[in-house]
Design a binder for this molecule. Structure first.
Ligand SMILES: [Zn+2]
Length: 331
């Protein structure tokens, strides 16, 4: 009997627990570093998990608490995906760097639909990342709204939209802010985080501003705005002070200005035009992308890759039906 056969016969007598710890040791010998810690069970969050073979070349685990198995991508955006981690990483980087779906599809050799689904799974995960979902503007923050032309990409326009399709790059039919525009409400802390969301076409009402920024403004914030009375509603959702930069009391233009938020608007418009619009129903997924990447694309890429590819207690997994239905804007 060769050593290899001898070893195999020993292994066949070991329990799953013993094989699991043996695998840990082998991992150390092979990589000369600590084995990757065993993840908690994504189904019940128990720590009592053992290695349990492989599924689609991914390490599979067995939870001794709930008796279910999982791979390291269960609940991550990669769940049920046929693409490798490296393709996902490339897609994450392309998404955060503002590349279009068609560009990524071509570069990575994917069908448009596959690239579209990956893009939206990444955007939906981004919306749920604590670093994005828990954005809290404080200190001195500027608030304003910007308008982009609506867009019915991927949808035939004879279904009650009431206007003829626009050619790429074409202007709106009517002058000024008409119903063809979507309103993106934005807030940005000077030297801090940015936030953007759309609830309507027209300028936001006090109630809408309250719902958009609720939970995203810290107490003690000095909120600068451009004179739209509705912004006083912000005092109802946080212990903040609202100042109108157009008001004569605020005559120090070096301080009372909206330059920071205007810079953020330029960034949004540039990205939006580069995409040749974003289907309006998905605008809030892109608003989250604009806000997250305005100042820290690189660090978000790192976090998305780490957080989303790893098993966590939070489910980042969305199926293809969610992509078409979850959180879409219907105005
Ligand atoms: Zn479990």
């Amino acid at each position: 009997m060769t050593n290899q056969e001898l070893l195999m016969s020993h292994i066949s007598k070991l329990s799953e627990d013993e094989i699991s710890s043996l695998l840990d040791t082998v991992t150390v010998m092979l990589q000369e570093k600590e084995p990757a810690p065993k993840p908690a069970c994504p189904h019940c969050a128990a720590q009592a998990v053992i290695r349990y073979g492989f599924k689609c070349k991914k390490q599979r685990f067995f939870c001794k608490n709930c008796g279910r198995t999982f791979v390291t991508t269960t609940n991550s955006i990669m769940a049920n995906s046929h693409f490798t981690v490296s393709v996902w990483k490339e897609m994450i980087a392309d998404t955060l760097h503002g590349n279009s779906i068609d560009f990524s599809a071509k570069r990575l050799g994917l069908y448009h639909q596959a690239a579209f689904d990956m893009r939206h799974k990444i955007l939906m995960a981004l919306l749920e990342l604590p670093v994005v979902a828990d954005i809290c503007l404080g200190d001195v923050s500027e608030f304003d709204e910007t308008f982009v032309l609506d867009c019915y990409k991927g949808k035939k326009l004879d279904t009650g939209i009431g206007r003829k399709p626009r050619k790429h790059g074409a202007k709106a039919l009517k002058r000024g802010i008409s119903s063809e525009y979507l309103c993106i409400c934005t807030g940005i802390q000077r030297k801090g985080d940015a936030f953007a969301a759309t609830v309507n076409r027209a300028k936001p009402s006090a109630r809408e501003l309250g719902s958009i920024f609720e939970g995203h403004i810290a107490d003690g914030t000095l909120a600068l705005c451009d004179g739209l009375r509705s912004y006083h509603a912000l005092t109802g959702i946080a212990d903040c002070t609202v100042r109108d930069c157009m008001n004569q009391e605020c005559d120090d233009a070096h301080f009372f200005n909206l330059n920071t938020v205007n810079g953020f608007h330029s960034f949004i418009k540039k990205r939006y035009e580069f995409y040749r619009g974003v289907a309006s129903k998905y605008i809030n997924r892109y608003n989250a992308l604009f806000a997250a990447t305005y100042r820290n694309a690189e660090s978000i890429i790192g976090r998305l890759t780490e957080t989303v590819l790893a098993v966590t207690g939070t489910s980042y997994y969305h199926n293809n039906k969610d992509i078409r239905t979850a959180g879409i804007l219907t105005i």
